[in-house]
Ligand binder design. Sequence first.
Ligand code: ES4
Ligand code: ZN
Length: 330
Amino acid sequence: ADLISFIEGLPKAELHLHIEGTLEPELLFALAQRNNVELPYASVEELRAAYAFTDLQSFLDLYYAGAAVLQTEQDFYDMTMAYIARSRADNVRHSEIFFDPQTHTERGIGIDVVFAGIARALREARDRHGFSSAMIMSFLRHLSEEEAFATLEQALPLRAQYRDLWIGIGLDSAERGNPPEKFARVFARCRELGFHLVAHAGEEGPPEYVRDALDVLHVERIDHGVRSEEDPALMKRLAQQRIPLTVCPLSNLKLCVVDDMRKHNLARMLHAGLAVTVNSDDPAYFGGYMNANFLAVAASLRLSRTELVMLARNAFEATFLPAAAKQQLL
Ligand code: ES4
Ligand code: ZN
C-alpha cells in the first residue's frame, strides 16, 4: 500500500485537540449569519487568507475572535459533530478534547451551554458509531489564577452530569510570561478533586516550563513539549518516565515553532525513547486533521511504517481511558 493508504488505515487516538480550533471558515460564517454576529471578513476565502501566522499570539487573536460566533448549545453541538465526522473519516477511534469555557463565559455564554452542546455530540457519536471521547476543561493562562478558580467553581456543579466525559484539566493560551507556577494552587485543587492533569509547555516557552509543569502542577502529559530538546537532562527524564508528549506538527509549522517540517524534532524525540504522539491541535486553522499531520511528518522526516505504528500506539497508551476500555479500542 502507498503511504497515504497506510496512514488512513492506522487506527488513531487524538490527545491534543481544541474544539474551538475545529471551527472551519464555512461553519464560522454560517453561525455568524445564524446569530447575527458581524464579521470583519467579506467571505470564507477572505477569512481563510487571514490564517497566516507569525507566532502563537497572532493565531490566538483570530482564534478568540472566531469563537465569538458560538452562542447557543446547538452551535457547540454542530461544531463538535463536524469535528467527529472529520475525525471518523481519518480513522480516529478516540479523542480527548480541550475546551476553553473562559473564552465563552467572558462573552456572557453560560458554562452549562458549553458543556451541554459538546457533550450531546460526544454522547451521540459514542452511541451511534462507537466513537470514544473525553473532555478536558482548560484554563486560559493569560488570565489570572483567581479567574481559573472562578471557572472551576462554575463548572463543578456540572461534574456529576458529565462524569462519563469530563475527566481532565488543561492549561493553554499564551505561554511565554505565564509559567506553570502561576496556576499551582488551582491545579493542586483539581488534583485533589481527582481530575487528570495536562498542560501546554515547551511550545514557545523554555524547557523549565516543561519541568515545572511536571514538578509543580503534577501533570501526566505535556502538550507540545518540543522545546524539551534544549535540555538533555529533561529529555532523559521524559524518556525514563515515559511522559507522553502530544506533539502537533502542522501547528508547529503554522506558528513558526519550526520553519521547515524537515527540521521538526519529532523523529529525534521518538528515537530518544520519548512517548511522542501526533495530534492536530487546531485543525481548521493549521491546515489539516490527523491524517494530514501523520502524512506531513511521514513524508518530511522519512518515517518508516514501524515508526508510524509506534506513534499511533503511543497515543492509545497515553489516553486517560481505564485499562479495560483502552484494550477495547485496539
Ligand atoms: C493553542 Cl497551539 C495552542 N497553544 C496554546 N494555546 C492554544 N489554544 C488553542 N490552541
Ligand atoms: Zn494546543
